[in-house]
Design a protein around this ligand. Structure first.
Ligand code: PLP
Length: 388
């Protein structure tokens, strides 16, 4: 497993914003709700002047994420999708973008609809298909989007290898790191130019904020994107930044427990008669296992599986669970279960879903940090009922 600075990450996360209040000495970084800031005098600005452009609470959160991702500039956005849309500001009508065929449903919807309106040219590829990727790169794209592990099938791409090929073709590389968080993967250290998150998921971790963040490797790219974030008005609120920063403090500790539970759930599901296949990068027979060992500090806590008996069995499973909540989203302390085809990936047409391997019997779970015996007991009961 990669990532050498785990202990630094744990410490940096906990200490984020501590002792930054020079006025009262507040231990926790205060929340600054003010929309505007006074000038010291005529033509004499302070650090902040207007909260869309810059806000102290948001800045503390942005700086902490930038540090954890080992990048230069952090930009906090109102949602994860706003972070994706912000990246699109780098593109002109003659530019080409390459996205993975199995990326997050919302990203897929945004890129395909903007391309339909002629905002850029779009190529959708299976990034593990070397030939298809090489053909796409031959078109000299401006930007290549990566998502590893992918949602919902947990497919992995070798970020370092693919980034090298993209750079050789002159493309910028942006990686969606939502599924792992900087505690388990740091794409900028693998060569990527931009890393982004839906902080709605693991970074906030308590299912009470919708937010996003983006970190750039270089100062220059960061300044360009920060300019656009202010220009189009998609920066995150002070209150959400405060909550997300609070969640972030326990990220490394939560990830430890999430992963420990996920491993046990995966092993339980693997041997279960009601299940045809389990997709979890921690298994040595998972096609991305070796890549995971190389570029991740853990296997994460997301997994998906195919239930025997199709959509009828899936419905029975959902109807008989008590601990798991049927809901989209992921990465909160509570265990969630979902049906990608009708929920997270409903924005993708059925043909595109099938091409991406999303069937009607596919179920995705976000393993929470409840007691592992309770989690397994609930799944065991639901799965037994699913086959009745
Ligand atoms: C949720 C999610 C997004 C979008 O983020 P929002 O905060 O919902 O706008 C993007 N990518 C991935 C992988 C996600 O899970």
């Amino acid at each position: 497993m990669s990532i050498t600075k785990t202990s630094n990450i744990t410490t940096s996360a906990v200490r984020a914003g501590i002792n930054t209040d020079t006025h009262h000495g507040a231990v926790v970084a205060p929340i600054h709700l003010s929309s505007t800031y006074s000038l010291k005098g005529f033509n004499d600005k302070r650090q902040f002047d207007y909260s869309r452009t810059g806000n102290p609470t948001r800045a503390t959160f942005a700086e902490t994420i930038a540090e954890l991702e080992q990048g230069s500039v952090g930009i906090v956005t109102a949602t994860g999708m706003a972070a994706v849309h912000l990246i699109c500001q780098l593109l002109s009508t003659e530019d080409t973008v390459v996205i993975p065929h199995d990326c997050y449903g919302g990203s897929f919807r945004l890129f395909t609809h903007l391309a339909k309106r002629g905002q850029f040219n779009l190529i959708v590829v299976d990034q593990n298909d070397q030939q298809a990727l090489a053909e796409a790169l031959a078109q000299q794209p401006k930007l290549v989007l990566l998502e590893s592990p992918s949602n919902p099938l947990l497919r992995l791409v070798d970020i370092e290898e693919v980034t090298k090929a993209c750079h050789a073709a002159g493309a910028l590389v942006a990686v969606d790191n939502t599924f792992l968080s900087p505690a388990l993967q740091q794409p900028l250290t693998l060569g990527a130019d931009i890393v982004f998150h839906s902080t709605t998921k693991y970074i906030n971790g308590h299912s009470d904020v919708v937010g996003g963040v983006l970190v750039t490797k270089t100062q220059e790219l960061g300044e360009t994107l920060a300019w656009w974030a202010n220009c189009i008005g998609i920066t995150g609120s002070a209150f959400d930044s405060f909550l997300a920063l609070r969640g972030l403090k326990t990220l490394p500790v939560r990830m430890k427990q999430h992963q420990e539970n996920a491993l046990q759930v995966a092993q339980f599901l693997k041997n279960h008669q009601a299940i045809d296949a389990v997709y979890f990068p921690g298994f040595s027979d998972h096609p991305g296992h070796e890549i995971a060992k190389k570029q991740q500090a853990g296997y994460g806590a997301m997994l998906s599986f195919e239930v025997k008996g199709g959509v009828e069995a899936v419905k029975k499973l959902f109807d008989n669970l008590e601990l798991f909540t049927l809901a989209q989203s992921l990465g909160g302390v509570e265990s969630l279960i979902s049906h990608p085809s009708t929920m997270t990936h409903a924005g993708m047409e059925i043909a595109a879903q099938l091409e991406a391997g999303i069937t009607q019997s596919l179920v995705r779970i976000s393993v929470g940090i409840e007691d592992i015996d309770d989690i397994v007991k609930d799944l065991a009961h639901g799965l037994a009922q699913s086959q009745q």
